[in-house]
Design a protein around this ligand. Structure first.
Ligand code: CA
Length: 165
């Protein structure tokens, strides 16, 4: 599907498509989720990204513990291709954006192994830019794909309680 999820089996319906446990740990795909124990680079999907393209991602974590999570693009254990994070581990919806520097999408632990369950991994192409508001960089969606064609969207950002174009 053009512009749709580039991840295969992001809902973990079966133990397929994912490369598990690069660098150690034990990840089990069962019951519709991925259960991670001592995860290092625990879930990787290879050959799903186009280098230089911007993507948005989201996935759910529950029962989570560990020091930090990050997103990598290298198909093996290579920290040079970390494109998002590290950020503190929490339970709920993890979201972010990155520009691909390699072809794999990987969920990785940072600094200490990750434990918990993962579900609903979604990675979609999406042009993103950032604007500084109140000293904090915020992502702004500037283009959307409709029927296979990229269209400019109106970038707007909330400044002082009002949306500005
Ligand atoms: Ca599921």
């Amino acid at each position: 599907m053009p512009g749709g999820n580039v991840i295969t089996n992001g809902t973990f319906d079966s133990d397929t498509a994912w490369v598990k446990d690069i660098g150690g740990g034990t990840t089990t795909i069962s019951g519709g989720v991925a259960s991670v124990s001592g995860g290092i680079k625990f879930l990787t999907q290879t050959d799903c990204l186009e280098v230089g393209r911007a993507y948005r991602f989201s996935f759910l974590t529950s029962g989570a513990s560990g020091n930090g999570l990050r997103i990598g693009n290298h198909p093996s254990l290579n920290q040079a291709d970390v494109v998002f994070g590290p950020y503190a581990v929490f339970n709920g919806l993890n979201v972010g954006t990155f520009t691909a520097v390699n072809t794999a999408f990987s969920l990785e632990a940072d600094n200490a192994p990750f434990n918990g369950t993962v579900d609903n991994v979604v990675v979609v192409p999406g042009k993103m830019t950032f604007v500084k508001v109140g000293g904090v960089w915020k992502p702004v969606i500037t283009h959307i794909k409709q029927s296979g064609v990229w269209k400019a969207a109106t970038p707007a950002v909330k400044v002082g309680g009002a949306w500005k174009v």
